[in-house]
Design a protein around this ligand. Structure first.
Ligand code: GLA
Length: 432
């Protein structure tokens, strides 16, 4: 096909699409970076705890770590401020201002520092009278002004929380903020907590609208530093995957909340599990950990290249749980570009390593095909695995085995160069 014909086709298809409320071209793959909340919360006591309180020092130091310890090159680019950064009062003309003691140089200086290191800065706001932590919120009349302030500061991402607002205010305010961010002319990634405040499910949550308004959205409860919390989030996402899975795609993602790997609540196996499961769910990889003191083993999990390649797959299809065994083994599958797939074998057992035997045929792979398999954590390769071959994996208690499975021979038709769409989204041929 000639270039002119192709660009004509793309143009025709583009014109046929409805105008999106959020048209910022961002988050074509799940966003990656660092987010303060789970690890550092609302610690504002800089007298008693200067290294860990919410202050510009914390963000300057984390930016240095992201830039110098190999994170940025792997894609961890966003450094995100959460709640408790603001002064308790707006200024004389009603603008949000950072706490002058804790952010003496202001947010613009922090953004400049972050940008000079090839990173991007995220900030937190709340659609409502107060933030969840009791700081000034963004009521409907202040949406435009706050969007403007964030853009002037050079902010690249906004997490908009939903404490202290009604369902009606949220239905008006979240799309309004999307429009206000667009109107600033600065590309600002937009993370909405809207569905989490509405129970996360239809009919109260309309995922078609959400995908047009937000780049990512929190569907469910806050993550805490425990395995129980990880499991409860995983359970909710798996039980509701028929609703959630089709909602995700390039530019718009479900967000099961931060990675807590490297903190205090997860064992080594559980840390590997959170990373693998979040990756098959096409989740944003926003780590909330002290990057100054993170252990080598936690860092190795978070910096696994093949894992990140899978998370960032350009097709952007969210995976699903496809098997739930009585033996407490579950299998998750995520389709990837180049006709590849990611498989996660997850054990909920609490006794001992379990030998799980299955075949790719049982996992719905096409008949008579042959695959190369790479174990994502050990790096080991199985050079030929046929669909009908039976195989076993040994899965540790609360651990995973994760595979990258690619066909030895690509299918004869060039369908793998066509971007797949979530069901019901129409067909948009785009060369990868
Ligand atoms: C809510 C959000 C959290 C965090 C806190 C801050 O609970 O869900 O992620 O932002 O507010 O107060």
């Amino acid at each position: 096909m000639g270039a002119a014909v192709l660009s004509g086709l793309v143009l025709a298809l583009t014109l046929a699409l409805p105008a999106l409320a959020l048209d910022n071209g961002l988050a074509l793959t799940p966003p990656m970076g660092w987010l303060a909340w789970e690890r550092f919360r609302c610690n504002v006591d800089c007298q008693a705890d200067p290294r860990n309180c919410i202050s510009e020092t914390l963000f300057f130091e984390m930016a240095d770590r992201l830039a110098e310890d190999g994170w940025r090159e792997l894609g961890y680019k966003y450094i995100n401020i959460d709640d408790c950064w603001a002064a308790k009062q707006r200024d004389a003309v009603g603008r949000l201002v950072p706490d002058p003691q804790r952010f003496p140089r202001g947010i613009k200086a922090l953004a400049d520092y972050v940008h000079a290191r090839g990173l991007k800065l995220g900030i937190y706001g709340d659609l409502g009278t107060f933030t969840c932590g009791g700081y000034p919120g963004t009521t409907l009349d202040l949406v435009e002004q706050d969007a403007q302030t964030f853009a002037e500061w050079g902010v690249d991402m906004l997490k908009l929380d939903g404490c202290y607002s009604s369902g009606e205010e949220q239905a008006e305010g979240y799309p309004e903020m999307a429009r206000a961010l667009n109107a600033t002319g600065r590309p600002i990634m937009y993370s909405c907590s809207w569905p989490a405040y509405q129970g996360g499910l239809p009919p109260k949550v309309n995922y078609t609208v959400l995908a047009e308004v937000c780049n990512l959205w929190r569907n469910y409860d806050d993550i805490q530093d425990s395995w129980d919390s990880v499991l409860s989030i995983l359970d909710w996402f798996s039980e509701n995957q028929d609703v959630l899975q089709p909602a995700a795609g390039p530019g718009h993602w479900n967000d099961p909340d931060m990675l807590i790997i490297g903190n205090f609540g997860l064992s080594y196996e559980q840390s590997r599990s959170q990373m693998a499961l979040w990756t098959v769910m096409a989740a944003p990889l926003l780590v909330s950990v002290d990057l100054r003191t993170i252990s080598p083993s936690a860092k190795e999990i978070l910096q696994n290249r093949l894992m990140i390649k899978i998370n960032q797959d350009p097709l952007g299809i969210q995976g699903r749980r496809i098997v739930k065994e009585k033996s407490l083994i579950e299998v998750f599958l995520r389709p990837l570009s180049q006709a590849a797939s990611a498989l996660v074998f997850f054990s909920r057992r609490t006794d001992m390593p379990f030998r799980y035997t299955t075949s790719l045929a049982k996992l719905h792979f096409p008949k008579d095909a042959a695959y190369e398999v790479q174990d994502v954590y050990s790096g080991k390769i199985i050079s030929i695995l046929k669909t009908e071959d039976s195989f076993s994996v040994i899965i540790n208690p609360s651990g995973v085995v994760m595979w990258y499975v690619s066909p030895m021979v690509l299918p004869a038709q060039p369908w793998h160069v066509v971007r797949q769409q979530a069901p019901g989204k129409g067909f948009h041929p785009v060369l990868l």
